[in-house]
Write a protein that binds this ligand. Sequence first.
Ligand code: NAD
Length: 275
Amino acid sequence: MNALNIPTITLNDETEIPQLGLGVFKVDPGETERIVSDALEVGYRHIDTAAIYGNEAEVGAAIAKSGIPREEIYVTTKLWNDRQGDAKAALSESLDKLGLDRVDLYLVHWPVPSQDTFVSAWEQVLDLREAGLTTTAGVSNHELEHLERIIEATGEFPAVNQIELHPEHQRQELTAFCRANGIAIEAWGPLAQGKSDLLTLPQIQEIGAAHDKSAAQVVLRWHIENGTIVFPKTTRRERMEENAALFDFELSETEHAVLTALEAGRNYSTNPRDM
Ligand code: NAD
């Protein structure tokens, strides 16, 4: 099985992450093994899952069956909110399900400020990195004030922050802080989770037509050109192929600016501060 030729981003711990992968949020466990197998056959080598998605075992089964050497597949999973006091056991359970002895990236899934245990959760994830159970340590859904607290407490900058990010929700202040501090940005909901009219906007369709690309490819290309890591979710093999065909065209400055101008401060999911 041949890998697609996907660029990598070098993280602040000097490891490399493929800039494109497949996300499996809300992928039914009964379908996950087939979908991840399809993605690996198409040439994806980066899978983003989470304990809460309930499909780690099926992700692991597809990886095992693929016969692809472990070091060629980048696997991310995440620490769920009710396990922030218990990260070591939580990651061990995830590893058992995945059938792996380490993940590439382990993320604190949400800070959950009302619970106020995210600093301790981050400290535990750093310990798990030291123990070799995850190669890289990162966070997800962390706002500025959460990043500042974990950095202040430990002196350690997360390698990534995985946040809701798309043309309608660009998080300028947060992303500027991350970029200035060497924290790579992963966009979840890079296509606005299919909840917006983004892909039917005439200005995006027009850009697509000019490059013989779909609206989804235009939006994903915009993320790639911003240096963001993406793992759009799809269960359909032809869309896996489509979503990976991003490296044979470039947006002009004007085209890029058309997408950037869509900023509306509009998120389609939970605000991390409200949890
Ligand atoms: P997404 O933006 O990837 O959108 C997925 C939707 O877009 C699906 O409905 C799919 O049918 C549609 N789609 C995919 N490719 C398409 C194409 N080529 N043309 C038209 N429509 C297309 O949303 P997502 O799944 O929420 O985000 C991607 C990944 O991010 C998830 O699978 C998960 O791994 C991760 N995620 C993380 C968090 C977090 O809290 N850290 C939250 C949500 C998602």
